[in-house]
Structure formats: structure tokens, C-alpha cells
Design a protein around this ligand. Structure first.
Ligand SMILES: Nc1nc2c(ncn2[C@@H]2O[C@H](COP(=O)(O)OP(=O)(O)O)[C@@H](O)[C@H]2O)c(=O)[nH]1
Ligand SMILES: [Mg+2]
Length: 267
């Protein structure tokens, strides 16, 4: 992991490692994100922090494990399915989530959520002002990665289609610890409403970002805006703070870009 400029604070690195371990475990990978053969002082400290975290939270972690094992058995992978098929498990999850403390993230930490190809990595590069994340067709980023800019730390959160990683103490703690949650969409609010409903239940606010607005014809733009706004109302979403219509590729094209950057800078 190579970083530039000011180093990523250790607390942030711990959270990054935890999240990627959970995601790996849910995919059936072995949890060796922290390479055991890496004997550097930094890696040793990280391993120690992780062990302490697990010891401190052992009880809550095991309650989460029991619940998610049950959900896996029932093949429940999204929050929407959970709401429809298992009210009891949903209530249990909300309960555990309430007991989960926000991750202690230093500074202004902003999460970029969105399905594959909605433009998370492109937006991150534009916001930071240099190419730090790989972009392109398909999912080029498979792990959660924090990138440090001068005003914020941006977290690229790959759009996995299975959200089972989200039903974990580590992820919920991370969601709670973020200063802003941006959910990028490509054409409809519905494409990611399951995540929005989960955040609603956690009492967390989020910002919807309609990216690639440059691809919408001039004559269609106001229609698309009203469609997205009415969709948000119809879905009954509670935590929507703002909706921005932007182009991460041509940021100067829409004034919402500057408004969004101001908002993020003052988070
Ligand atoms: N026209 C247009 N294309 C974009 C915009 N943002 C991203 N893209 C393109 O969409 C594709 C996916 O972008 P990427 O940032 O890799 O998406 P990610 O999977 O969400 O990280 C790339 O080919 C980008 O060049 C935008 O605002 N306008
Ligand atoms: Mg990406």
C-alpha cells in the first residue's frame, strides 16, 4: 500500500483493514489481509490494534455472527429482502446496530457508495485533484480504500451486489463514523434504495449524487431532476440530505459540483 503526502492516520488504517477482512470472510477468503510475514513495526502495531479491537468487542461481534449466519442460511443478501422476509432478524439487526459505536475516524471522512461504474473512482480522482484510483468499465476496485486529500479522506467503497458485508459490526461502525455518506446513482434512486433504507434504519443521513449528468440531453435535464426527486419521495426515504446532479468527468459543466464540494469541505 503506497500513500503519498500526509500519511493516512493509523486509526484509519485499522478500520480499512477490518472492513476488508470482513468482506473477504463473507466471500470465503482467508482473513490474512495483514500479511503475517510482514514483520515491520507498523504491521505489528496494526495486528495488535486488531486483536485489541476483537477482544473489546467480542460479545457484540459474536451476536452479529449468529445473526448473519442465520441470514446466510436463508439466502438474504440485501436489506430490502431482510425487511420483507424476516422482521425478527431485521429488528435484531437494528438492535445490534444501536449498540455499535461509531468508528473513531480522524478528520473529515467521506464515503463514496454506488454500484459498479457509477463513477466513484472518477469522482474521487476529481475531488482529490490527481489520479489515485483506477477507473474504467467494470469493477476495478475490489477493496475499500481510503484516499487522503487536503480537505478530506475519501473512501472508495466498491459496489458489491451482495450487501452481506454491510450486516456486520465493522461496517455499521464505519457507516456511523463517516462525516458524509455519498450515494452515487446512474439512473434511478431505486438502484441503491436498499442501502438507503438500511441507513434510514440506522438513523444516518446521506447525500444522493446523480453522476454522469453530462450524458443527459439538455432538453431532458429538468425532467430527469424531477423524476429523481419524486422517486425519493415515493420511496419514503428519510435520510436524504441533498441531491446533486453532477459530472465527475466534466465538473465545471454543472453548478451543483461547486455546491457539493463546499458541502463536503465543511462537513
Ligand atoms: N460521461 C461520463 N462518464 C463518466 C463520468 N464519471 C465516470 N464516468 C465513466 O464511467 C466509467 C466508470 O467509472 P468509474 O469511476 O471506474 O466507476 P466506479 O466503478 O464507480 O468506480 C469510466 O469509464 C468513467 O470514465 C461522468 O461524470 N460522465
Ligand atoms: Mg471504482
Amino acid at each position: 500500500m503506497a500513500y503519498w503526502g500526509l500519511a493516512i492516520p493509523a486509526a484509519i488504517r485499522v478500520v480499512e483493514t477490518l472492513l476488508n477482512e470482513v468482506a473477504g470472510r463473507k466471500k470465503g477468503e482467508s482473513p490474512a489481509v495483514v500479511n503475517p510475514s510482514n514483520s515491520s513495526a507498523e504491521a505489528a502495531e496494526l495486528r495488535q490494534e486488531l486483536a485489541e479491537y476483537r477482544a473489546q468487542n467480542a460479545k457484540l461481534l459474536s451476536r452479529f455472527d449468529t445473526l448473519t449466519a442465520e441470514m446466510e442460511r436463508k439466502r438474504i443478501t440485501t436489506f430490502e429482502q431482510l425487511q420483507k422476509r424476516d422482521q425478527q432478524a431485521k429488528n435484531d439487526l437494528i438492535h445490534l446496530a444501536q449498540e455499535t459505536k461509531p468508528a473513531k475516524l480522524e478528520g473529515n471522512n467521506i464515503g463514496l457508495f454506488g454500484l459498479t461504474s457509477t463513477g466513484k473512482s472518477t469522482m474521487l480522482n476529481t475531488l482529490i485533484g490527481k489520479t489515485v484510483a483506477e477507473t474504467g468499465a467494470g469493477e476495478t476496485t475490489t477493496t475499500i480504500t481510503p484516499h487522503k486529500g487536503s480537505k478530506f479522506i475519501l473512501w472508495d467503497i466498491p459496489g458489491r451486489n451482495d450487501e452481506v458485508s454491510y450486516f456486520s459490526m465493522e461496517y455499521i461502525s464505519f457507516f456511523k463514523g463517516l462525516t458524509r455518506r455519498l450515494i452515487l446513482i446512474g439512473s434511478t434512486v431505486k438502484e441503491n434504495s436498499s442501502l438507503m433504507r438500511l441507513l434510514d434504519e440506522l438513523g444516518l443521513k446521506y447525500t444522493i449524487v446523480f453522476n454522469k449528468f453530462d450524458l443527459v440531453k439538455d432538453a431532458e435535464q429538468s425532467k430527469v431532476k424531477s423524476k429523481i426527486e419524486s422517486e425519493t419521495k415515493e420511496l419514503g426515504l428519510k435520510g436524504v440530505e441533498k441531491i446533486y446532479f453532477v459530472s465527475a468527468e466534466i465538473p465545471d459543466m454543472f453548478s451543483d459540483w461547486v455546491n457539493m464540494v463546499d458541502d463536503l469541505t465543511n462537513a
